[in-house]
Ligand binder design. Sequence first.
Ligand code: BDR
Ligand code: CA
Length: 319
Amino acid sequence: MKKVILDLDTGIDDAMALAYILGSPEVQLAGVTGTYGNVSLRQGLRNSLALLDLLGHPEVPVFAGQPHALLACEDYETSGVSAFIHGPNGIGGVELPDSPRSPKAEPAVDFLIRMANECGPDLIYVPTGPLTNLACALRRDPDACHKIGRVVLMGGALTVCGNVTPAAEANISKDPEAADQVFRSGLATTMVGLDVTLQTLLTPGDVDEWHHLGTGAATAYASIVDYYIWAYAQRQPYLGGCGLHDPLAAAVALDPSLVTTVGINLQVDLEGELRGRTIGDLARLNDPRKSTQVALGVDIPRFMQNLMSRVGRALGGGR
Ligand code: BDR
Ligand code: CA
């Protein structure tokens, strides 16, 4: 059975990605590694542990990753915008009991390298926050990283504007150097960016299904996602729902046929107004090997069906 590592900056759509993987019987969640972004590393780890307990999976280990971007000197603390979109605690202000567990002593980067060596092509790695942990793993042990079967990341925007600046998407903007190193490393990746994630929207009607499931996990998730939909309605009312960024990356990681892609050798702009933009690397334009598949089309009905059934299963609805 394939093993999945989720690298989460555990906010609301990360929480949905977690439920999506746990509701997918064909894979095993080998571990959650923590990054910063929607919240601090510390709060993200706390959320991951609490959500795993809520979903009835206390056996899944959690590992602490890097607490800040490659070039930063201080640990990342939650920004005002993230606190608005994901709530001050990253999960819509919903208070979950703290897990009695703690993150493992093994650092996230060590865990990723160890699993890459142990599982090779059977390992699927899904980073849904800044790419700092992956960049560190690539620096430390590129050979191990190249053994990973599939790397599907949520981040970037190729054909649409960014959501932090006109050029930059949130995950890439939080550590552009890390993302640039990952893309230029030649590691085979699939980029699930705003081009597709803003085509997949969850509406209040969808969340009502979870409200009606009646389990503690479903009720908590419904309240968490209600907050996210409310926050989206304040900032991007024309969308009519909330973007399913991280769950779409998780879904594509299990079933790449959900998206159509274009092969591009990407780079990230690091200077000035364009800092954080994901764009083709001119120096590798004519290289016939394309290291990144950029998702530009998505089978929305099939993804939404998968999302409702898999998240519903994780929430105890058994669909
Ligand atoms: C990405 O940024 C984070 O806020 C979300 O969790 C998602 O991973 C969307 O730009
Ligand atoms: Ca995320």
